[in-house]
Design a protein around this ligand. Structure first.
Ligand code: AP5
Ligand code: MG
Length: 185
């Protein structure tokens, strides 16, 4: 089962994906976390990705898709797979379809979390990750609107895949909405 967490920077993809993974025993892949780990370890991918991530741009489809392809083969990901922050472009969504077709798997649900933008900016500034400064946050939102939001049209062509839920509530309240979406599959 493939579960995609979707939404703008700060909506709670990572928070909810981690809870669901822990409670259901599924594998959780955040491409953002994978890239931050690579940057910290100064791997070849990390060296390429650093400037892009720091500026709030998108790392190339090829790099992130390779990370996804390798991770999906891990044993932990066989019971269930949670993708957090991938796909983010039409190219990535198309690549994911190809990877899944080869393994006989399908996207089961796209959990689209929505929160108003000013609340998101406040959340991110409070968190204070390296890319959580005002300028980079604005860049990430712009990239989300231009490159990522159009994926909702891509997945809307597949019947009943998108579950949109309000992420502006307590973490556990949002989790009950996430769980309901997963149980409705
Ligand atoms: P990524 O790490 O995916 O960042 P993002 O999409 O900007 O999202 P965030 O991780 O900031 O937010 P989130 O939705 O996970 O929210 P969270 O739960 O953390 O990507 C970072 C960068 O990596 C990208 O800019 C890009 O450069 C690169 N990258 C990653 N994937 C890529 C891809 N596929 N292709 C190309 N490049 C890629 O919550 C945010 C904060 O709010 C936290 O402090 C949290 O505690 C708090 N919070 C969560 N829920 C609630 C709640 N209900 N109420 C109040 N506070 C809450
Ligand atoms: Mg995240």
């Amino acid at each position: 089962m493939i579960i995609i967490f979707f939404g703008a920077p700060g909506v709670g993809k990572g928070t909810q994906a981690a809870l669901l993974a822990e409670r259901m025993g599924y594998g959780h892949l955040s491409t953002g976390e994978a890239l931050r780990t690579a940057i910290a370890a100064q791997t070849d991918i990390g060296k390429i990705a650093k400037q892009v991530v720091d500026a709030g741009g998108l790392v190339s489809d090829d790099i992130v898709t390779k990370i996804v392809e390798e991770t999906l083969m891990l044993p932990k990901f066989q019971a269930g797979t949670i993708l957090d922050g991938y796909p983010r472009t039409i190219g990535q969504a198309t690549a994911l379809e190809e990877i899944l077709r080869a393994t006989g798997k399908k996207v089961a649900v796209v959990i689209n979390i929505t929160v108003d933008q000013e609340t998101l900016v406040q959340r991110l500034l409070l968190r204070g990750r390296k890319d959580d400064n005002e300028e980079t946050i604005r860049a990430r939102f712009a990239v989300y609107e231009k490159e990522t939001a159009p994926l909702l049209d891509f997945y809307a062509k597949m019947p009943n895949l998108i579950h949109t839920l309000d992420g502006n509530a307590e973490v556990e309240t949002v989790y009950t909405r996430v769980k309901a979406a997963v149980e409705s599959i």
